[in-house]
Design a protein around this ligand. Structure first.
Ligand code: GRF
Length: 213
């Protein structure tokens, strides 16, 4: 089984979805370590409950992003990680991490990229007035929220939605598409052709419909 490292900074509900998929045998990999750049976050407790080793590596303790990521890479390698999943990890990553795991770093973003990059994707979607919002799992490249797209899931936006209501609706989709994307990558089912991710083999049965609400 491919070794997976999950990087978090907070509540870790996507981490939980990944751990749940592993528990039911559909992830196609094993989460070997959870690393947080912040201490005492709920995601660390989720990992501990699941019996997964954790590390806290506080980014403030390092003079540069590169030095921080060198420590991250060392921790991930020591845990025999081959695939890295950013799950609510609130640091921008650089080539130090990306070059250590080429085409093996994934991220989830709470918007339908390339729309609404950066922070607060759901708030941006509401303020823009779009009728369809969603989430994206993508390979990470050096540009923020930019790499090749693996799966997107969509939700309807109602005119009386609050940011929190939309956030929860998008989150439910995130929890479906992130384990699925990891399963595809872990199974060697994807190749990157330019910006496009090409899937080989049969279409996954669990892929979400385009609209979920
Ligand atoms: C999610 O909305 C994810 O898309 C974004 O950060 C949030 C993390 O939530 N990158 P959680 O920590 O997985 O609950």
């Amino acid at each position: 089984m491919i070794g997976i490292g999950v990087l978090i900074s907070g509540s870790g509900t996507n981490l939980q979805a990944i751990l749940d998929a592993q528990h039911t045998g559909v992830l196609g990999g094993t989460v070997r370590i959870v690393v947080s750049n912040r201490p005492d976050v709920p995601g660390l407790a989720r990992a501990t409950v699941a019996g997964v080793p954790t590390r806290v590596i506080p980014h403030q303790a390092y003079a540069t992003r590169g030095a921080f990521e060198t420590e991250l890479v060392a921790a991930l390698r020591a845990a025999e990680v081959e695939l890295v999943a950013l799950a609510g990890f609130d640091r921008l990553v650089t080539r130090v991490l990306l070059d250590a795991f080429p085409d093996r770093v994934l991220n989830i973003h709470p918007a339908l990229l390339p729309a609404f990059k950066g922070l607060h994707g759901q708030r941006q979607a509401l303020e823009y007035g779009v009728r369809i919002a969603g989430a994206t799992v993508h390979f990470v490249d050096p540009e923020t929220d930019h790499g090749p797209i693996i799966i997107q899931g969509a939700v309807a936006v109602s005119s009386d939605d609050t940011e929190e209501v939309l956030r929860q609706r998008v989150l439910a989709v995130e929890h479906r598409i992130y384990p699925e994307a990891i399963r595809l990558v872990a199974g060697g089912r994807l190749s990157i052709v330019g910006r496009r991710v090409v899937r080989t083999g049969e279409r996954p049965a669990s892929i979400p419909p385009p609209l979920v609400w």
